[in-house]
Design a protein around this ligand. Structure first.
Ligand code: FPP
Length: 252
Protein backbone atom coordinates (compact mmCIF):
# COMPACT_ATOMS: atom_id res chain seq x y z
CA UNK A 1 0.00 0.00 0.00
CA UNK A 2 1.27 3.49 -0.74
CA UNK A 3 0.96 6.40 1.71
CA UNK A 4 -2.30 7.57 0.17
CA UNK A 5 -3.92 4.17 0.64
CA UNK A 6 -2.57 3.87 4.19
CA UNK A 7 -4.05 7.30 5.04
CA UNK A 8 -7.36 6.25 3.50
CA UNK A 9 -7.66 3.26 5.83
CA UNK A 10 -7.42 5.64 8.81
CA UNK A 11 -10.53 7.59 7.80
CA UNK A 12 -13.63 6.70 9.79
CA UNK A 13 -16.45 6.56 7.20
CA UNK A 14 -19.03 6.90 9.98
CA UNK A 15 -17.72 10.31 11.02
CA UNK A 16 -17.24 12.12 7.74
CA UNK A 17 -17.70 15.89 7.73
CA UNK A 18 -20.88 16.71 5.84
CA UNK A 19 -19.42 19.90 4.41
CA UNK A 20 -15.77 20.69 3.68
CA UNK A 21 -14.83 24.20 2.53
CA UNK A 22 -11.44 24.99 1.03
CA UNK A 23 -9.50 28.21 0.48
CA UNK A 24 -7.31 27.11 -2.42
CA UNK A 25 -4.25 29.29 -1.98
CA UNK A 26 -0.72 29.34 -3.33
CA UNK A 27 -1.10 28.95 -7.09
CA UNK A 28 0.96 32.07 -7.76
CA UNK A 29 3.76 31.00 -5.42
CA UNK A 30 3.79 27.53 -6.94
CA UNK A 31 4.27 29.04 -10.39
CA UNK A 32 7.04 31.31 -9.12
CA UNK A 33 8.83 28.34 -7.50
CA UNK A 34 8.79 26.62 -10.87
CA UNK A 35 9.89 29.71 -12.80
CA UNK A 36 6.54 29.94 -14.58
CA UNK A 37 3.93 32.67 -15.13
CA UNK A 38 1.13 32.81 -12.51
CA UNK A 39 -1.45 31.31 -14.85
CA UNK A 40 0.47 28.03 -14.91
CA UNK A 41 -0.12 27.84 -11.16
CA UNK A 42 -3.86 28.32 -11.65
CA UNK A 43 -3.88 25.67 -14.39
CA UNK A 44 -2.07 23.26 -12.12
CA UNK A 45 -4.59 24.23 -9.41
CA UNK A 46 -7.38 22.94 -11.63
CA UNK A 47 -5.74 19.49 -11.56
CA UNK A 48 -5.94 19.61 -7.77
CA UNK A 49 -9.62 20.65 -7.96
CA UNK A 50 -10.25 17.60 -10.14
CA UNK A 51 -8.57 15.07 -7.84
CA UNK A 52 -9.91 16.49 -4.56
CA UNK A 53 -13.45 16.66 -5.94
CA UNK A 54 -13.29 13.03 -7.04
CA UNK A 55 -11.83 11.99 -3.67
CA UNK A 56 -14.55 13.88 -1.77
CA UNK A 57 -17.28 12.32 -3.91
CA UNK A 58 -15.82 8.88 -3.43
CA UNK A 59 -15.78 9.32 0.36
CA UNK A 60 -19.44 10.32 0.40
CA UNK A 61 -18.89 13.91 1.55
CA UNK A 62 -22.12 15.83 0.89
CA UNK A 63 -20.81 19.36 0.21
CA UNK A 64 -17.44 20.60 -1.03
CA UNK A 65 -17.15 24.37 -1.31
CA UNK A 66 -14.17 25.84 -3.15
CA UNK A 67 -13.16 29.50 -3.00
CA UNK A 68 -12.35 30.02 -6.69
CA UNK A 69 -12.70 33.80 -7.05
CA UNK A 70 -13.25 36.37 -4.31
CA UNK A 71 -14.84 39.80 -4.55
CA UNK A 72 -11.35 41.16 -3.84
CA UNK A 73 -9.86 39.15 -6.74
CA UNK A 74 -11.48 41.64 -9.15
CA UNK A 75 -8.68 43.99 -8.09
CA UNK A 76 -5.95 41.77 -9.60
CA UNK A 77 -4.33 42.87 -12.87
CA UNK A 78 -6.98 42.76 -15.62
CA UNK A 79 -4.96 40.24 -17.59
CA UNK A 80 -5.01 37.76 -14.68
CA UNK A 81 -8.73 38.35 -14.03
CA UNK A 82 -9.53 37.66 -17.70
CA UNK A 83 -7.34 34.56 -17.81
CA UNK A 84 -8.84 33.22 -14.57
CA UNK A 85 -12.37 33.71 -15.90
CA UNK A 86 -11.45 31.89 -19.07
CA UNK A 87 -9.88 29.07 -17.09
CA UNK A 88 -12.95 28.73 -14.85
CA UNK A 89 -15.32 28.64 -17.82
CA UNK A 90 -13.17 26.16 -19.79
CA UNK A 91 -12.79 23.94 -16.74
CA UNK A 92 -16.51 23.84 -16.06
CA UNK A 93 -17.28 23.01 -19.68
CA UNK A 94 -14.60 20.32 -19.82
CA UNK A 95 -15.40 18.81 -16.43
CA UNK A 96 -19.16 18.49 -16.86
CA UNK A 97 -18.85 14.85 -18.07
CA UNK A 98 -16.71 14.04 -15.00
CA UNK A 99 -19.38 15.60 -12.78
CA UNK A 100 -22.05 13.49 -14.49
CA UNK A 101 -19.95 10.33 -14.20
CA UNK A 102 -19.47 10.89 -10.48
CA UNK A 103 -23.10 11.94 -9.81
CA UNK A 104 -21.90 15.39 -8.68
CA UNK A 105 -24.18 18.42 -8.67
CA UNK A 106 -22.62 21.82 -9.36
CA UNK A 107 -23.79 24.85 -7.38
CA UNK A 108 -22.37 28.35 -7.11
CA UNK A 109 -22.38 30.99 -4.39
CA UNK A 110 -21.46 34.63 -4.88
CA UNK A 111 -22.34 37.46 -7.21
CA UNK A 112 -22.66 35.45 -10.42
CA UNK A 113 -24.18 38.50 -12.14
CA UNK A 114 -20.81 40.25 -11.94
CA UNK A 115 -19.16 37.61 -14.15
CA UNK A 116 -18.96 38.10 -17.93
CA UNK A 117 -22.23 36.96 -19.53
CA UNK A 118 -20.53 34.03 -21.30
CA UNK A 119 -19.15 32.75 -17.98
CA UNK A 120 -22.55 33.07 -16.29
CA UNK A 121 -24.14 31.09 -19.13
CA UNK A 122 -21.59 28.26 -18.88
CA UNK A 123 -22.03 27.95 -15.13
CA UNK A 124 -25.84 28.05 -15.40
CA UNK A 125 -25.74 25.38 -18.11
CA UNK A 126 -23.56 23.10 -15.98
CA UNK A 127 -25.86 23.67 -12.98
CA UNK A 128 -28.87 22.70 -15.08
CA UNK A 129 -27.18 19.63 -16.54
CA UNK A 130 -26.12 18.35 -13.13
CA UNK A 131 -29.28 19.42 -11.24
CA UNK A 132 -30.62 15.87 -10.85
CA UNK A 133 -27.35 14.40 -9.57
CA UNK A 134 -27.70 13.18 -6.01
CA UNK A 135 -24.09 12.73 -4.86
CA UNK A 136 -21.60 15.38 -3.80
CA UNK A 137 -22.64 19.02 -4.13
CA UNK A 138 -19.66 20.89 -5.54
CA UNK A 139 -20.13 24.52 -4.58
CA UNK A 140 -17.92 27.02 -6.40
CA UNK A 141 -17.58 30.41 -4.75
CA UNK A 142 -17.38 32.98 -7.55
CA UNK A 143 -17.12 36.69 -6.98
CA UNK A 144 -17.89 35.77 -3.39
CA UNK A 145 -17.08 37.45 -0.11
CA UNK A 146 -18.76 36.96 3.24
CA UNK A 147 -19.21 40.69 3.82
CA UNK A 148 -20.79 41.10 0.38
CA UNK A 149 -23.24 38.32 1.23
CA UNK A 150 -24.01 39.76 4.68
CA UNK A 151 -24.71 43.21 3.23
CA UNK A 152 -27.00 41.62 0.67
CA UNK A 153 -28.85 39.63 3.34
CA UNK A 154 -29.20 42.72 5.54
CA UNK A 155 -30.64 44.75 2.66
CA UNK A 156 -33.06 41.94 1.90
CA UNK A 157 -34.19 41.78 5.54
CA UNK A 158 -34.61 45.57 5.68
CA UNK A 159 -36.80 45.46 2.58
CA UNK A 160 -38.94 42.69 4.03
CA UNK A 161 -39.38 44.52 7.34
CA UNK A 162 -40.21 47.72 5.47
CA UNK A 163 -42.83 45.99 3.35
CA UNK A 164 -44.32 44.27 6.40
CA UNK A 165 -43.58 40.67 5.36
CA UNK A 166 -41.05 40.15 8.19
CA UNK A 167 -41.31 41.27 11.80
CA UNK A 168 -38.15 42.60 13.48
CA UNK A 169 -38.66 40.17 16.40
CA UNK A 170 -38.66 37.24 13.95
CA UNK A 171 -35.10 37.96 12.78
CA UNK A 172 -33.19 35.04 14.25
CA UNK A 173 -30.23 32.87 13.14
CA UNK A 174 -32.38 30.89 10.74
CA UNK A 175 -33.81 34.07 9.19
CA UNK A 176 -30.31 35.35 8.48
CA UNK A 177 -28.97 31.97 7.28
CA UNK A 178 -31.93 31.68 4.88
CA UNK A 179 -30.95 34.92 3.19
CA UNK A 180 -27.28 34.03 2.64
CA UNK A 181 -26.15 32.54 -0.67
CA UNK A 182 -25.58 29.23 1.14
CA UNK A 183 -29.22 28.91 2.21
CA UNK A 184 -30.25 25.28 2.53
CA UNK A 185 -26.66 24.04 2.92
CA UNK A 186 -25.23 22.74 6.19
CA UNK A 187 -22.47 24.88 7.69
CA UNK A 188 -18.93 23.68 6.91
CA UNK A 189 -17.66 21.20 9.48
CA UNK A 190 -14.11 21.65 8.25
CA UNK A 191 -12.40 24.61 6.61
CA UNK A 192 -9.05 23.92 4.94
CA UNK A 193 -6.63 26.60 3.77
CA UNK A 194 -3.51 25.73 1.85
CA UNK A 195 -0.24 27.64 1.39
CA UNK A 196 0.56 28.44 5.02
CA UNK A 197 -1.54 31.61 5.32
CA UNK A 198 -3.42 31.69 8.64
CA UNK A 199 -6.45 33.75 7.61
CA UNK A 200 -10.10 33.27 6.67
CA UNK A 201 -9.99 36.11 4.11
CA UNK A 202 -13.68 37.04 4.02
CA UNK A 203 -14.84 33.45 3.31
CA UNK A 204 -18.07 32.07 4.85
CA UNK A 205 -17.68 34.15 8.03
CA UNK A 206 -21.21 33.44 9.29
CA UNK A 207 -21.18 29.77 8.26
CA UNK A 208 -17.77 28.96 9.76
CA UNK A 209 -18.74 30.05 13.30
CA UNK A 210 -18.14 26.48 14.58
CA UNK A 211 -16.06 24.99 11.78
CA UNK A 212 -12.84 23.21 12.56
CA UNK A 213 -9.95 25.04 10.89
CA UNK A 214 -7.10 23.19 9.19
CA UNK A 215 -4.09 25.01 7.81
CA UNK A 216 -1.36 23.38 5.76
CA UNK A 217 1.77 24.91 4.28
CA UNK A 218 1.24 22.84 1.12
CA UNK A 219 0.58 25.04 -1.92
CA UNK A 220 -2.74 24.29 -3.66
CA UNK A 221 -1.19 22.73 -6.82
CA UNK A 222 0.81 20.40 -4.53
CA UNK A 223 -2.19 19.45 -2.38
CA UNK A 224 -2.56 15.71 -2.93
CA UNK A 225 -5.37 13.31 -2.08
CA UNK A 226 -3.10 12.04 0.70
CA UNK A 227 -2.91 15.60 2.12
CA UNK A 228 -6.70 15.80 1.90
CA UNK A 229 -7.04 12.51 3.80
CA UNK A 230 -4.64 13.84 6.45
CA UNK A 231 -6.89 16.87 6.95
CA UNK A 232 -9.93 14.60 7.37
CA UNK A 233 -8.09 12.37 9.86
CA UNK A 234 -7.00 15.45 11.82
CA UNK A 235 -10.61 16.68 11.83
CA UNK A 236 -11.87 13.32 13.07
CA UNK A 237 -9.42 13.46 15.97
CA UNK A 238 -10.93 16.67 17.28
CA UNK A 239 -13.69 17.07 19.83
CA UNK A 240 -16.40 19.46 18.62
CA UNK A 241 -18.02 21.02 21.65
CA UNK A 242 -20.14 23.83 20.18
CA UNK A 243 -19.71 25.78 23.42
CA UNK A 244 -20.50 22.80 25.67
CA UNK A 245 -18.11 20.92 27.99
CA UNK A 246 -16.62 17.50 27.23
CA UNK A 247 -18.77 15.62 29.77
CA UNK A 248 -21.99 16.91 28.22
CA UNK A 249 -21.00 15.47 24.83
CA UNK A 250 -20.44 12.00 26.31
CA UNK A 251 -24.02 11.85 27.62
CA UNK A 252 -25.58 12.50 24.23
C1 FPP B 1 -5.24 31.48 -5.04
O1 FPP B 1 -3.89 31.44 -5.41
C2 FPP B 1 -6.08 30.93 -6.09
C3 FPP B 1 -7.00 31.63 -6.82
C4 FPP B 1 -7.32 33.04 -6.58
C5 FPP B 1 -7.75 31.00 -7.91
C6 FPP B 1 -8.10 29.57 -7.66
C7 FPP B 1 -8.74 29.03 -8.85
C8 FPP B 1 -8.46 27.82 -9.37
C9 FPP B 1 -7.52 26.84 -8.81
C10 FPP B 1 -9.23 27.39 -10.53
C11 FPP B 1 -10.39 26.69 -9.94
C12 FPP B 1 -11.24 26.10 -10.92
C13 FPP B 1 -12.46 25.62 -10.61
C14 FPP B 1 -13.29 25.09 -11.69
C15 FPP B 1 -13.03 25.64 -9.26
P1 FPP B 1 -3.09 32.81 -5.50
O2 FPP B 1 -3.12 33.28 -6.91
O3 FPP B 1 -3.63 33.79 -4.51
O4 FPP B 1 -1.67 32.33 -5.10
P2 FPP B 1 -0.54 33.18 -4.35
O5 FPP B 1 -1.10 33.58 -3.03
O6 FPP B 1 0.58 32.21 -4.23
O7 FPP B 1 -0.21 34.35 -5.24
Amino acid sequence: MDNEQIAKTKIDRERMPRHVAIIMDGNGRWAKQHGLARMFGHRQGVETVHRITEAAAELGIRYLTLYAFSTENWNRPQQEVDALMELLVDTIAKETPTLMKNNIRLLTIGDLERLPKSAQDKFRLCMEQTAANTGLRLVIALSYSARWEMIRATQQIAREVQSGTLRTEDIDEAAIADRLTTHGMPDPDLLIRTSGELRISNFLLWQCAYSELYFTSCLWPDFTVEEFYKALIDYQGRERRFGKISEQLKTI
